[in-house]
Design a protein around this ligand. Structure first.
Ligand SMILES: NC(=O)C1=CN([C@@H]2O[C@H](COP(=O)(O)OP(=O)(O)OC[C@H]3O[C@@H](n4cnc5c(N)ncnc54)[C@H](OP(=O)(O)O)[C@@H]3O)[C@@H](O)[C@H]2O)C=CC1
Ligand SMILES: O=C(O)CCCC(=O)O
Length: 488
């Protein structure tokens, strides 16, 4: 990998302001998902290393919380500037370890950085309250204070942005932070730590613990009495385990878990707009995001026209190694992920769905074909097929036909998940009626790209709780304290 700033590619963890090999001096390999080649061997930390990171964050907490918000904001702003100055190198690291095409990786670096910029500003806008007292001898106040040490566990699909959007509000609020990135993609997280150090964020405030054993580090994070909050993004299954583990020390938690997003197109929709929205919400990161469209519902009268337009649009998808300029669909993260998508499509086809379009995979010498799944369009999907119940996490567009608004609302809400949803219509009454009736934390209306740092990202039901980004995001990292002054 040719980087302008080779210091960004490191294989150590960052604890207490020092680069660390870990007590056991073991390493694990980080692989390029397109080629299977080892990019770097990264220090494999154990439970005692994680405890040291938590102790470092705990020790750094009083000093960090005591800085003025302007001082913390300035350091966060410096971190943001450095990330943007190093955007091209960070992009290359991200594509190499995660697989997403370069243009998307570049977008992710800017997206992640936007949370740091936003929360550097929001740090200055935390307000308390004065409450009318029940009698004249009292005065009642509400203040907000940093929760304390925050631990985070983040996934491989957005190795930069998921970490940045947890660390930024936490640090802005005055919390200190210990991150465990996914073992598939630790290099982007380590690079963020290199830049945090360079920005002058004090030792112990931002720590990274890389490990091949997530359950080991997770146990330490969830059981340590020094950790006040756990913020997790990943599968609902692992989220539930972590919630159970956090119960022992009654930690606050934010859980950004799986989704099963419906994408509904009514007869009166602008079809071209709907296709544009679907292409971005379905195929972003090769379909590997928790807000990716999972179930597409098209009203009967427009089904044929919609399928035709979608097949044509999908011809513009080029699947291959994300480091090649024209590629816009990269590999899936592992062969296990490819096997899961394959089995969902096979199950749907066995139960009667039809494959309408399947793209070709265009790999180079050195790429491993079995790491890629071709963009595929199937129609005739129904709720008995596993593909309509599970997160696909792959580039498969699965269409069902519906007749009435009532019917499609029931289908859309018939899931344990409640993260993102999308619908297209030109009927303004339906915009409100249907938007309010969808049981989701996020509703895209005539829009397929709903994520940005100014908006509250998060789900309901088994998609989790807590909100990331927006004016609400910093609240997740603050405690409310009520003070009652008597004897007046
Ligand atoms: N909401 C979302 O954004 C995401 C949803 N998913 C969904 O989950 C499916 C499986 O993906 P997968 O990567 O396995 O997701 P996981 O939930 O297993 O991984 C997410 C994060 O949790 C860590 N982790 C895994 N097990 C534990 C544990 N017992 N204790 C503590 N941390 C743990 C992982 O570490 P490590 O990687 O080192 O094992 C990673 O950092 C996907 O197909 C998709 O459906 C996946 C990723 C993100
Ligand atoms: O959890 C995820 O899958 C990442 C969500 C990406 C986004 O912020 O849109």
């Amino acid at each position: 990998m040719q980087l302008r700033n080779p210091n960004l590619l490191r294989g150590e963890s960052y604890i207490a302001g020092m680069w660390q090999q870990g007590e056991d001096l073991q390493t694990f390999a980080v692989l390029n998902p397109a080629t299977g080649e080892t990019i770097l061997n990264v220090a494999d930390l154990n439970d005692r290393d994680a405890e040291r990171a938590i102790a470092a964050a705990h020790a750094a907490k009083p000093g960090w919380a005591a800085l003025t918000v302007k001082e913390r904001a300035k350091l966060l702003r410096r971190w943001f500037d450095l990330i943007m100055e190093n955007q091209d190198d960070l992009t290359l690291i991200l594509t190499t370890e995660q697989g997403k095409p370069l243009a998307e990786a570049k977008g992710e670096i800017a997206y992640g950085a936007s949370y740091i910029e936003w929360f550097a500003e929001e740090a200055k806008r935390v307000y308390g309250d004065i409450i009318a007292p029940p009698n004249n001898s009292q005065r009642l106040f509400v203040i907000k204070q940093a929760i304390g040490v925050v631990a985070s566990i983040t996934p491989w699909n957005f190795p930069n942005a998921m970490l940045a959007r947890k660390a930024a509000p936490a640090l802005a609020a005055g919390c200190t932070f210990v991150a465990k990135p996914a073992h598939e993609t630790p290099l982007s997280a380590i690079a963020l730590a290199v830049l945090a150090e360079q920005a002058g964020i004090p030792a112990g405030v931002f720590n990274i613990v890389c490990s091949s054993s997530a359950p080991t580090i997770g146990k330490v994070m969830t059981s340590s009495p020094l950790v006040s909050k756990l913020s997790f993004t990943g599968s609902t299954q692992v989220g539930k385990t972590l919630l159970e583990q956090c119960a022992g020390t009654v930690k606050k938690t934010s859980m950004e878990l799986g989704g099963n997003a419906p994408f509904i197109v009514f007869n009166d929709a602008n079809l071209d707009l709907a296709i544009k929205g679907l292409m971005s919400s379905k195929f972003r990161n090769a379909g590997q995001t928790c807000v990716c469209t999972n179930r597409i519902y098209v009203q009967r009268e427009i089904h044929e026209a919609f399928v035709e337009k979608l097949s044509t649009a999908m011809e513009a998808l080029h699947t291959g190694n994300g480091s090649r300029a024209h590629v816009n669909i990269g590999p899936l993260i592992t062969t296990k992920a490819v096997a899961k998508v394959t089995s969902l499509v096979d199950d749907a086809v066995t139960k009667g769905a039809k494959v309408i379009y399947q793209a070709k995979v265009d790999t180079n010498a050195g790429d491993i074909d079995t790491h890629f799944y071709p963009p595929t369009l199937i129609s005739g999907v129904n709720k008995d097929m596993q593909i309509s119940r599970d997160e696909i996490f792959g580039p498969v567009a699965a269409i069902s036909i519906f007749d009435t608004e009532e019917e499609v609302l029931a289908s859309a809400n018939d899931t344990e998940f409640g993260l993102a949803s999308y619908f297209y219509t030109s009927d303004i009454s339906r915009v409100w009626r249907f938007g309010e009736a969808l049981e989701y934390g996020i509703v895209g209306i005539n829009e397929g790209l709903i994520s940005n740092e100014m908006a509250p990202f998060g789900g309901i039901k088994e998609s989790g709780f807590g909100r990331e980004g927006s004016k609400y995001g910093i609240e997740d990292y603050m405690e409310i304290k009520y003070m009652c002054l008597g004897g007046i």
